[in-house]
Design a protein around this ligand. Sequence first.
Ligand code: FPP
Length: 236
Amino acid sequence: MPRHVAIIMDGNGRWASRRLMPRSMGHKAGVDALVRTVEACARRGIPYLTVFAFSSENWQRPQEEVSGLMSLVLSTVGHHLGELARKGVRVRIVGDRTAVSDKVNEAWTRAEQATQHNQGLTLTVAFNYGGRWDVVQACRRALAAGVRPEDLDEAAVARHLSLSYAPDPDLLIRTGGEMRISNFLLWQSAYTELHFTDCLWPDFNEVELDRALQSYARRDRRFGRVSEAGSAVREA
Ligand code: FPP
């Protein structure tokens, strides 16, 4: 079982268009899929789940869609925070919060504070997040903390990344059929196993999750080394 699963929740817009519904309905259905997935991961004992809810590039969407996504944060925190908190979920937000409205920041702070002592699954919501942004802010913070440029090594950068509290993701799932990372956890996914599915995010369910977990279980994770099977063949 992976300790950390990351998900790029793609396909909300297409899910809605196929039903002749506005894209906002796809995002709303995406929230339900997210809540289902958090519960399913918690039931399977997965300690960390990280989801890409709003990328640094998503500001370029039509203004109406952006403000719809911001309102969705407020209603999601309003409707689901109590239930997630009762289930022991700890919520954390990563991303550049300086560009996000006070209202949305307050909702995120409320979610973090209300769940900060919870011991169950840690749900990290990447919001106004970009992998390149994360590496730059980590370097800046390391230098500001007094690390000299000549001492800035991988460990120093990793200590200042926004997900420094979690192990690197073991499995990254992307729904919606595209096969790319789209500036998600660039540094942290150096050795992450990737799973792509055509399933649109609002349709994601336990069957799809188990498919991804089964695919992960079959992988031979070598982290740049020779596999045990490979070395046995060499020795034989
Ligand atoms: C990608 O689908 C999805 C997003 C940009 C938003 C993801 C957000 C959610 C699932 C809602 C949960 C977030 C909150 C409020 C916590 P798309 O719009 O790119 O779909 P498309 O590729 O079919 O157009």
